[in-house]
Design a protein around this ligand. Structure first.
Ligand code: FAD
Ligand code: FES
Length: 276
């Protein structure tokens, strides 16, 4: 069983849990995700591996309560167990395959939005541990919704906090911060954006303007997570891809974000009925 070892509420609607999952902990790579099932009647919920400790046999997940299943996860306590945890699933981040000497010459900027900050953490940590220059921009609506700021500061060269209302840090969105950094002379070879689909779309448009290649992590709807059901279908470079097996990370320049957003909203009425 996948027991909850620790639980911490990061905001009133976002919690971090450490679970016992020795096989997942051993195999997880940056960019990969899990599918968790709360109980025998539970649906399959994709969540990114936000940290792993192969020696302790534990993994960390960060969950935002947005609907019935994620709210159920938030209500679980230390000592409770998930009925199942499947993973790691999906492809690891491309940078894992870049030779270390080449990687060290690159400069990365991560643009993290909301709960998407948690999936950025293992990627920034992996690169930072290998001596790669990493800057992270974390954006949230206001200071109370920021997560992982202290942890992130330890795994990057420079951390930039942005809030839409200016309650802390830079007053504005993450893409405005990126434009500011570049206008001040900062050079980035690669960008990675993780957050709401709309934020990844605008991060891509900004990176196109600045000439920075960008990777995005697509949080589509998913069912099986193994390439069988088609729920996670996305168009990338005019070709059909499955986010669960071909992704979740893709070249942002090639993603049809408008279609992806339409597909993400296709069960809104049904979700609203369940969540009433
Ligand atoms: C690869 C991947 C990794 C993910 N990692 C994380 C993570 O680390 N932490 C986390 O909190 N969430 C993550 N998600 C999103 C998470 O899986 C969904 O929020 C969850 O499935 C919603 O289920 P629900 O039953 O609680 O809500 P539902 O009742 O299904 O939906 C409630 C509301 O959330 C919206 N929603 C549903 N699914 C998604 C989605 N995939 N993305 C955005 N909005 C959605 C619905 O449109 C609706 O408005 C990830 C998704 C994917 C595909
Ligand atoms: S979730 Fe079913 S094919 Fe990807």
């Amino acid at each position: 069983m996948y027991e909850i070892i620790s639980k911490e509420m990061l905001t009133p609607t976002i919690c971090r849990m450490v679970l016992s999952a020795p096989r997942c902990a051993k195999a997880a790579q940056p960019g990969q995700f899990l599918i968790v099932i709360v109980d025998e009647k539970g649906e399959r919920i994709p969540l990114t591996v936000s940290d792993s400790d192969p020696e302790q046999g534990t993994i960390a997940i960060v969950t935002q309560g947005v609907g019935a299943s994620t709210k159920k996860i938030l209500s679980m306590e230390v000592g409770d167990s998930f009925a199942d945890v499947v993973g790691p699933l999906g492809r690891e981040s491309d940078f894992v395959h870049i030779p270390e000497e080449e990687l060290k010459k690159l400069s990365y900027v991560f643009i993290a939005g909301g709960v998407g900050t948690a999936p950025v953490y293992p990627q920034a940590k992996w690169l930072h541990e290998r001596g790669v220059h990493v800057e992270v921009i974390i954006g949230a609506r206001n200071k109370d919704l920021l997560i992982y700021t202290e942890e992130m500061a330890k795994v990057c060269d420079r951390l930039h906090i942005c809030t839409d209302d200016g309650s802390v840090g830079f007053h504005g969105v993450g893409t405005a911060m990126l434009e500011k950094l570049v206008s001040e002379g900062q050079h980035f070879d690669r960008a990675v954006a993780i957050g709401p689909m709309i934020m990844m779309k605008f991060s891509t448009l900004t990176c196109k303007k600045l000439g920075i290649p960008i990777t995005v992590s697509l949080n589509t709807l998913m069912v099986d997570g193994t390439g069988m059901c088609g729920a996670c279908r996305v168009s990338v470079g005019g070709k059909m891809k499955f986010a669960c097996v071909d992704g979740p990370e893709f070249d942002g320049y090639l993603v049809d974000f408008d279609e992806a957003m339409r597909r993400l909203g296709q069960y809104k009425a049904e979700e609203a009925a369940v969540n009433q």
